[in-house]
Design a protein around this ligand. Structure first.
Ligand code: UDP
Length: 280
C-alpha cells in the first residue's frame, strides 16, 4: 500500500496505462499543507477522499424519505468524480432521513436499540445510493459495519482500499457498528483508516461552510475560508460532532465543509476550487 504522497491518480481500470496528471502536480496535490490558491485546475486536488453525507441530503425539500431527483443528481456527481477526475471516493452515508437514535420518538426506546435502528437506516440509504450510482455505470461496493451478508460486504479495511484501487466507489454503511455515535465520527475514522487525504463534509441545511455565528439568525455572520480545529472547538462552532472534530485534529485529517445541495459542488470541491471552509 503506497503512502499518501506516492499514490498516483489513475483512470478507472487503467491504472497501469498512464497517469491523468503529471507527477509534479500529483506530488503537489498530495501535500496537505498547500495553500488553497496554488491548487491546479487541471486535475483533482486529492486522490482519495471520504465524503460524509447526511441521510437528510437525500430527502430533498418535499419531505420524502429519498427524493428521486436529488439522489440521482448526487449519484451522477459521485460517478463523475470517479470517471472524470479519477478520484478514489468513499462515502459515509447517514440515516437521519429515516431514523436518528436521539430523535424524539427514539427517546422512549433503549438508547442502544434506537441507535441500532439508526445504523440500519444508513444501510437503507447506502443501498439506494449504490443503486443510483450504478445506474451511471460506476461500480460500487457497500461495506457494512454490521454484518448482513445477504445485502452488503462486511467492512474490512484492506478490502475497502482494494475496492478503491480497482476504481469502485465504496459506500460505508452502519457507521462504525456501535451505538452512541453519529456517522460523523465513523466518517473520520474510516478516512484515517483508508488513508484518505481529506474528509468532505457535505451540508444540506443551506449553510455553505463554517460561519462565525449561525447565518440564519445573525446577518453579520461571516464565513471562514479556513479555520483551525482549535478555533472550531474554542468557539463551539457547530460543524460536526465534537468527537469527530477532535479525532480529525488528533490525526491531522483536514475537513472541507461545503454545500452538498448545490449542483456541481462535489466536483468543485474535488478540483480544489474555492468553496466552503477548510478546517485544518
Ligand atoms: N449511529 C450509531 N452509530 C454509528 C453511526 C450511526 O449509533 O456509528 C446511529 C445514531 O443513532 C444516528 C443514526 O445512526 O443518529 C443515523 O446516523 P446520523 O445521525 O449520523 O445520520 P445523519 O444525520 O448524518 O443523516
Amino acid at each position: 500500500m503506497p503512502g499518501r504522497e506516492d499514490r498516483v491518480v489513475a483512470p478507472v481500470d487503467a491504472r497501469d496505462v498512464e497517469p491523468m496528471v503529471d507527477a509534479d502536480i500529483i506530488a503537489e496535490l498530495g501535500d496537505r499543507s498547500l495553500p488553497r490558491q496554488s491548487i491546479s485546475t487541471h486535475g483533482p486536488r486529492w486522490s482519495r477522499v471520504v465524503l460524509k453525507m447526511s441521510g437528510e441530503a437525500l430527502a430533498g425539500e418535499g419531505g420524502q424519505t429519498i427524493h428521486a431527483e436529488v439522489i440521482e443528481r448526487i449519484a451522477s456527481e459521485i460517478a463523475m468524480a470517479r470517471s472524470d477526475l479519477g478520484v478514489e471516493l468513499a462515502v459515509m452515508i447517514g440515516g437521519g432521513n429515516i431514523w436518528r437514535g436521539t430523535s424524539p420518538a427514539g427517546r422512549c426506546l433503549d438508547r442502544s436499540t434506537s441507535d441500532t435502528m439508526g445504523m440500519l437506516a444508513t444501510v437503507i440509504n447506502a443501498l439506494a445510493l449504490q443503486d443510483a450510482i450504478e445506474r451511471h455505470g460506476q461500480p460500487t461496493r457497500v461495506l457494512s459495519a454490521i454484518q448482513m451478508a445477504e445485502v452488503a460486504e462486511p467492512y474490512i479495511r484492506r478490502r475497502a482500499i482494494r475496492h478503491l484501487e480497482k476504481g469502485r466507489v465504496v459506500i460505508f454503511a452502519a457507521g462504525m457498528g456501535n451505538p452512541y455515535f453519529t456517522t460523523d465520527t465513523p466518517a473520520a475514522l474510516r478516512a484515517a483508516e483508508i488513508e484518505a487525504e481529506v474528509l468532505l463534509k457535505g451540508t444540506h441545511s443551506g449553510v455553505d461552510g463554517v460561519y462565525s455565528a449561525d447565518p440564519k439568525l445573525d446577518p453579520k455572520a461571516t464565513r471562514f475560508d479556513e479555520i483551525t480545529f482549535m478555533e472550531v472547538v474554542r468557539k463551539s462552532l457547530r460543524v460536526m460532532d465534537l468527537t469527530a472534530i477532535t479525532f480529525c485534529r488528533d490525526n491531522a485529517l483536514p475537513v472541507l465543509v461545503f454545500d452538498l445541495t448545490r449542483p456541481g459542488n462535489i466536483t468543485r470541491a474535488l478540483r480544489g476550487e474555492e468553496l466552503g471552509t477548510l478546517i485544518k
